[in-house]
Design a protein around this ligand. Structure first.
Ligand code: ADP
Ligand code: MG
Length: 247
């Protein structure tokens, strides 16, 4: 199980969103941490194949994801940053729709949907429209669809954004629980959302990887008591402004 990014460059017009990102990830939970605008969503869209980089390649187990084609859909689970696209669907209908997109055979869909609903504690709410869910429930149904079909690579873009503290803890715990046999990449601009569950933190600054390591490695390297201080040292005023507006 290995994900490799090789020198990924992505520009929007003149704006360089990713300036040559190289990265290798194995099993574990990785926190992709950086302020708004750092390039986290762009990087995730490149990893998921939704966005074609200007140059560079993404490989899963040594194969270019472009060549993996439809097979990649069975390997990948993705929860995008935006919400509200499926507000009129019930939780169950949304999951059935996603299961079909993922080519999960009809005969297996019901048991698989029941499994992921139970997993995120939404069995009771499965018949209600997603539009009536709380922020935490919406995030949990997004996580549920991301783990349909037991993907090996799970990409979650700001899964805790806009949640209250109790919901944040629940979402965090769910992410940690599923990580045993997966590569999980979680983006956030909130240090406390990731430091307790990430095996490694990847610090993204202006489209480049500023550093990566375990929380203790990074604290030592930056002579800091905690990750908040590492973040401040790396992102300074940007980080400060950003943390004042967490969403
Ligand atoms: N579709 C787009 N068109 C133009 N610029 C974009 C687009 N998407 C993102 N950007 C810019 O690219 C940079 C990285 O954005 P993004 O990947 O969304 O960062 P993050 O997820 O870390 O907040 C930002 O400066 C953002 O304004
Ligand atoms: Mg983003």
């Amino acid at each position: 199980m290995k994900l490799e990014l090789e020198n990924i460059v992505k520009k929007y017009g003149d704006k360089v969103a990713l300036g040559g990102v190289s990265l290798t990830l194995g099993q574990g939970v990785y926190g992709l941490l950086g302020p708004n605008g750092a390039g986290k969503s762009t990087m995730m869209n490149v990893i998921t194949g939704n966005l074609r980089p200007d140059s560079g390649t993404v490989k899963y187990d040594g194969e270019n994801i472009r060549e993996l084609g439809w097979k990649y859909r069975g390997i990948l689970g993705y929860a995008p940053q935006q919400q509200g696209l499926y507000d009129s669907f019930s939780g169950r209908r949304f999951l059935a729709y996603m299961a079909t997109l993922k080519d999960i055979p009809r005969s297996r869909q019901k048991s698989e949907i029941d499994r992921v609903l139970k997993y995120v504690n939404l069995t009771e709410a499965a018949k209600k429209p997603i539009g009536a869910y709380s922020g935490g429930m919406k995030q949990r149904i997004l996580i549920a669809q991301a783990i349909l079909g037991e993907p090996k690579l799970v990409v979650l873009d700001e899964p805790t954004a806009g949640l209250d503290p109790k919901e944040r803890v629940r979402v965090r715990e769910k992410i940690k629980e599923i990580s045993a046999d997966k590569i999980i990449l979680v983006s956030t601009h909130v240090v406390s959302d990731i430091q307790s569950i990430a095996d490694e933190i990847i610090l993204l600054k202006s489209g480049e990887i500023a550093d990566r390591g375990t929380v203790s490695e990074l604290c030592r390297k930056y002579s800091s008591e905690d990750m908040e201080r590492v973040y401040m040292k790396l992102f300074g005023e940007d980080g400060e402004n950003d943390k004042a507006n967490p969403v």
